[in-house]
Structure formats: C-alpha cells, structure tokens
Design a protein around this ligand. Sequence first.
Ligand SMILES: Cc1cc2nc3c(=O)[nH]c(=O)nc-3n(C[C@H](O)[C@H](O)[C@H](O)COP(=O)(O)OP(=O)(O)OC[C@H]3O[C@@H](n4cnc5c(N)ncnc54)[C@H](O)[C@@H]3O)c2cc1C
Length: 408
Amino acid sequence: MIRRRDLVKLAAAAALPAPAARRSGGYDVAVIGAGVFGAWTAWHLQRAGRRVLIVDAYGPANARASSGGESRVIRLFYGKDEIYTRMALASLRFWDDLSRRAALPVLHRIGVLELIGRDDRYARESREAIRRAGGRVEDLSRDELAKRYPQISLESITVGQLEPASGAVMARRAVLTLVKEMVAAGATYLMGAVVPPAGKGRLSEVRLRDGRALQAGAFVFACGPWLPRLFPEVLRDRIQPTRQEVFFFGPPAGDRRFAPPALPVWADLSNLEAIAYGMPDLEARGFKLAFDAHGPPIDPDALERQVTPAGLAAARDYLARRFPALAQAPLVESRVCQYENTSNGDFLIDRHPELENVWLVGGGSGHGFKHGPAVGDYAARALLGSLGSPEPRFSLATKQVQQQRAVY
Ligand SMILES: Cc1cc2nc3c(=O)[nH]c(=O)nc-3n(C[C@H](O)[C@H](O)[C@H](O)COP(=O)(O)OP(=O)(O)OC[C@H]3O[C@@H](n4cnc5c(N)ncnc54)[C@H](O)[C@@H]3O)c2cc1C
C-alpha cells in the first residue's frame, strides 16, 4: 500500500503538485515511464476519462531518459515514410496547445531547413509527402539559400527546403508540464522502479523494487531504452539502445546570426549516411549540433555521460566546414543521450504477446519525441479498443533482431 506521505514527498522531490490521497488499487491504467511516450499516453487516457497512475524510476524526463534533453526537432520530412509526416503534422497541434497552456514556451515554430546535396531523392519524396499531407514546405535555390543564410557554407549543397511552420520542442519542459498538468487534473504521479512483471494472462499488479504493489486494470510500459530489460524474452535485441552525443557551442557575444529568426532548426542531408542536424541558439542555450549515426550500445542506468574527445573533434571539424564563423566557438554544454532503436526505426506500440492487459510503447529510434502526442493517442485508443485497424508498422511482429535502419 502506498502511503499519502510517500506520494507527497515524492511529488515535492519532482517539483510536482501533491496528488490527492488514493488507494493504489483504484486506477484504470498504470503508465510506467514518464518520458514523452508515457506522458502523452497517460494524457490521452485521462482525457478519455480514465483514472491514471504514472510511475517513473527517476522522474519525468529525467537526465537518463531519452526525453530528458533540452530540445528536440519537430519536422515533417520523412522521405517516403509519409506515416510519420502525418503523425508529426497531427502532433504539432497538440504541441501548440500545450505551449499555450505552459508557463514558458514548449514549441518554437522557427522553421526547419533541410540542406540537400546532389542525391535529392529523399528530399523530393519528403516534399511530395508533406504536400499530400497538407503541410508547408518551400523550395529554396542555392542562390536563395546563400542570400538568406550567409552564415552557412554551402559546400556540397545544391538546394534547400524550408518547413516554415515546423521547429523545435523544449523537450524536458514539455514532459514536465504535461505531467504536472495531469496531476493537477487528478492523476497520480509516483516515483518508483517497477520490477519486470512475470506470468501469463491478466496482470493484476506490478511491484516496485522496494516491494510495494501497484494495482490497475491495465498497464502501459513506456520505458524507452529500458524496455528490453523489463521484457527480455520479448524485446531482447528488438530494441537496441545506442550512445549519442550532443554539443552546444557558444556564438560570439551579441551575434544574432546563429539565433532565430536568422537561423532556423537545420538538418544537413547532403550525406544520408552521416546526417548532421542542430538548432539555432534557442533560449540562449547555445548552438546545438549532433550527428544522427547510431553510436555504440549502452546501459541507460550506468552510462557515464561524458562526450568523447573524438566526438568533440568531429563536431568541431563539421562546424569549421559548415558554420565557419563558429569554428572557434567554445563548447558551452554537452549531453550524452541514447536512442532506443527498433530494427528499422518504426515505433513499437502493441499488446504484450502473453499479458493481455499489458501494452508496450517505445522504440522511438532517435526520432520519436515530436510524435509524442500522436503516439499517445494511438496507444490510448489501442488500449481502449477504439483504434479501428492497427498499423502493422507498429506491431511487435514486425520488429526484428537485426538492425536494418530504414526510417530517417
Ligand atoms: C540525442 C538525441 C536526440 C534526439 N533528437 C530528436 C529530435 O530532434 N526529434 C525527435 O522527434 N526525437 C528525437 N530524439 C528521440 C526522442 O527523444 C525519443 O524517441 C523519445 O524521447 C523517447 O521517449 P520515451 O518516452 O520512449 O523514452 P524515455 O524518455 O527514455 O522515457 C522512459 C522512462 O521510463 C522510465 N523507466 C524505465 N524503466 C522503468 C522502471 N522499471 N520503472 C519505472 N520507470 C521506468 C525512465 O526513467 C524514463 O523516464 C532524440 C533522442 C536523442 C537521444
């Protein structure tokens, strides 16, 4: 039994409002994992009138979570994978609404610029998909790019595409805002580490590491890179966490060329094997640069989160080539995060094969954040039985153990 005293203490520790006293057995759904997928799933369930318990081992959008970063790109370009273009477009509306309700902005619609090289197939497919889905994208010639963005060196870039209404989501702030909002509306948030559930059929409760039991009618496990640990028999190698480095560089004092509106979010697609992307100096946190290639496998609990000299050197080398005015810019912050990759990059949103009231939601694969609202909506409708036909790409059956990335 959870005591009210514990809930109040834990809520205070996570800077969330204290929940009303409630027996642990009174929940319709327990959502385990308060990252972006769990938070939006809980939000949609609560909106559908369900009593929701949210549990997290370290706290919403904590420093180890994939959702714990400063900012995340929200873009519509996805090549031929129009399903994600449509999900991103649907999610923008929810991010907008959340941003309006939040104390500080959650969504910055500052545009997303794609820098395209000689091989423009992916960009062309993206543009067509975006237009079919009703999104906005503008073509930019090389001359236009040079005129608008003189701070970018256009070596190996032939054209550009700008999504003027896309941009960046303030990741940690977004998740915290959402959880706080749900608690204020009557949901319960609890800090605790759930141990792997066992058995078959219907799950009536889960246990925390300290022995306490939490009862609910259904359980959603949205545990990001921890999912294979919780369900080794089902998910071992089907979700592979990889180490990813992120760098923030400080532009010169008073220089507005690297802040919005002079610079939007950008992605360098001139080499699809080595995509670089980043953010302008958002909220004065520095110019963000990261590489999208998968790093080595990691343990999300124990990983020492320090960038490598080789990673920093590669980032500096890239800066010198693409943003030469930042070649000497100091590193003002860095982060080490993880992707939780499915075999091809498609999400996992499906029922556990042997536990009928347990749902698995994850496999964000380095591009999940923006889709949080749409993923949560899909997962909530799947759980409530109002989905219609399930999307085969999100099924467990399509998840392989061999990495063969196809979604970018
Ligand atoms: C460097 C980097 C850059 C990225 N850039 C982008 C981007 O620009 N745009 C984009 O859309 N996406 C991006 N992503 C991907 C996106 O951030 C992730 O797909 C998304 O955050 C995954 O969210 P999640 O809720 O599945 O997992 P998480 O955020 O990891 O949440 C899982 C939660 O489960 C909790 N948990 C785990 N085990 C237990 C347990 N046993 N009991 C209780 N709680 C538990 C954890 O504490 C954690 O809070 C990026 C990711 C990284 C790492």
